[in-house]
Every structure is written in C-alpha cells, then in structure tokens.
Design a protein around this ligand. Structure first.
Ligand code: ZN
Ligand code: ZN
Length: 114
C-alpha cells in the first residue's frame, strides 16, 4: 500500500470522517474513531484506515476530498481484490483537473458522503 508513504494528517482524516457521517465510505459500517480507537465498537472489531482516492503516486493530494476512511478489510479489498486493483480506471482521467479526477473516483465509494 502506498498510504504509509504519504499519511493524511489527523485533522484531514477527521474532516473526511465527518463528511462520511462517521460511516465507512465503502460498506457503511459505523465508525466511532480513527485508527484503532473505534475498533471495540466496530461490528467486526476492526480498526479503520485512511485511503487515497487518487493515489499519492499519481499526484493525489493530502486533502479531505482525496481521503476516504474505510475499515481495514475494506482497505485491503480496495487495493488487492477490489475494483481499484485495476489501475486502468485512472487512465481515463488523464485530461481532467485533479479535483475532477477525485470527484470521478470518489463517486465509486457509495458512502463518500455517509
Ligand atoms: Zn489505500
Ligand atoms: Zn467498511
């Protein structure tokens, strides 16, 4: 995962989580805290992680718009087994502004806004 190379600052993660109305952006599980702080309340006992909508390597910024907070399992799925394993989804975005790129990929997260 590329995330560890460019971690989102905590205030940015908090803003993203509020935008999501404290739900996982992927599966809508209730998230009560960042990192492992809400793991005990999580339905599967998982911590949560911050994921780049547009990967940092592709120029994705460390802003709330480019940040989704998702369960650990949802994060693994996003990278390894899910639709984001297919990096060709980013190829169609080449001529868009960064904000438009983020909006396009963010739309793939059903609970980006809770
Ligand atoms: Zn990630
Ligand atoms: Zn989830």
């Amino acid at each position: 995962m590329t995330d560890s190379h460019a971690p989102f600052p905590k205030p940015v993660q908090k803003e993203a989580l509020e935008r999501q109305r404290r739900r996982c952006a992927s599966c809508r599980t209730i998230i009560t805290g960042l990192g492992r702080s809400g793991a005990q309340q999580h339905v599967f006992g998982e911590g949560v992680e911050a994921h780049h909508v547009i990967p940092h390597k592709l120029g994705g910024p460390l802003t709330p718009e480019n940040c989704v907070i998702i369960c650990r399992a949802c994060h693994l799925s996003a990278h390894q087994g899910g639709r984001f394993a297919d990096v060709s989804i980013y190829n169609d975005l080449k001529n868009l502004t960064m904000l438009a790129k983020i909006a396009r990929i963010a739309a793939l997260y059903p609970h980006y806004r809770g």
